[in-house]
Design a protein around this ligand. Structure first.
Ligand code: SF4
Length: 313
């Protein structure tokens, strides 16, 4: 029997499928949700919490990524657990200890009933190759950032069906992209579902999405390889590692500026001044709260940022 496992942040989808379960990234319903959370700090966790507890998300169990990621998820995940949903807590090692990472993957596999289909490691590895190729396509100005973002963000759960997802990947249009500036989007993904389209409308070509790139760059064909790869999940470790990776990608993708999206009541917001001190690029910081279309104020700020980048030497 295939059960649906809700996941609150990145865990290896390879492992969930290898255990013959179907992952569902509960964040993916948030940007288009109409839920008005009963109590909240960050809307991302509050919305999926209420969606699950009010029966709007059909899951059989929940894996909460707790250590190294999000304290709000830890608390809202426990509220879901108290409502009766079987829940497992997954912790990334802040010190990158590969043995600790391997023990967490072992524990996750145990919660999911054990590995039954090792072939899924290789299948999903092949899909990630396609994801990386898509990512490169927009770097080469041959695919729209909004299309590529939608595909990459789905690598957390592969939309519940790897075979159908491969068809989705294969139908992303290849097209010559016209733009005025190349920008990177760092931080957690915007809660606004139209963010990439709005940026495009102002001539901003988003050639790097920090978090979705993590989804496709990490992988492995067995538990040991997964442990060696996922222990480097940048959001779960020291910010020095993140800065190093972001710098490398900004350079490789030849960006003109950086947009740092921050979410209201998220601890990652505190990283803004660190990025400003360590990244030598024009930076626009934007903050969102509840899921909704991009506001007029945000559009004005993106337009102004685009105009500023255009006149910069
Ligand atoms: S935006 Fe921040 S607080 Fe909200 S779910 Fe993501 S990591 Fe957690």
């Amino acid at each position: 029997m295939t059960d649906t496992v809700g996941i609150t942040a990145l865990i290896p989808p390879e492992l969930v499928y290898a255990c013959r379960h179907r992952p569902l990234d509960v964040n993916n319903v948030v940007p288009t949700s109409s839920i008005n959370p009963r109590s909240k700090l960050c809307a991302w966790t509050a919305v999926w919490r209420d969606e699950i507890m009010e029966g709007g998300l059909d899951i059989d169990s929940l894996v909460v990524v707790a250590g190294g990621d999000c304290h709000n998820a830890l608390v809202d995940g426990q509220k879901v657990a108290l409502s009766g949903v079987p829940t497992h807590y997954f912790f990334y090692p802040f010190d990158r200890d590969p043995d600790y990472m391997a023990s967490q993957l072992d524990g996750l596999a145990g919660f999911l009933g054990g590995i039954k289909n090792k072939e899924m490691f290789r299948t999903i590895s092949g899909l990630k190759e396609k994801g990386l190729a898509l990512d490169q396509l927009r770097v080469d100005d041959r695919a729209r950032a909004s299309d590529v973002f939608s595909a990459l963000i789905s690598f957390g759960d592969l939309q519940g069906d790897p075979a159908a997802f491969e068809e989705v990947l294969d139908t992303i249009p290849h097209t010559d992209v016209e733009y005025s500036s190349r920008v990177a989007l760092i931080g957690v993904p915007p809660i606004y579902p139209d963010f990439h389209e709005v940026a495009e409308s102002f001539g901003l070509h988003v050639v790097y999405d920090e978090l979705p790139y993590e989804f496709v760059r990490l992988g492995g064909n067995d538990l040991q390889a997964l442990a060696g790869s996922y222990r480097n999940y940048s959001f779960s470790g020291p910010i020095t590692g993140r800065i190093e990776m972001i710098r490398q990608e900004l350079d490789r993708r030849r960006v003109d500026g950086v947009i740092h999206y921050t979410q209201f009541a998220c601890h990652h917001t505190l990283e803004d001044e660190i990025f400003r001190a360590h990244l030598d690029y024009p930076i626009l910081t934007v903050q969102g709260d509840l899921p909704r279309s991009s506001s007029e104020q945000l559009k004005l700020r993106l337009e102004a940022f685009s105009e500023m980048l255009e006149v910069m030497p």
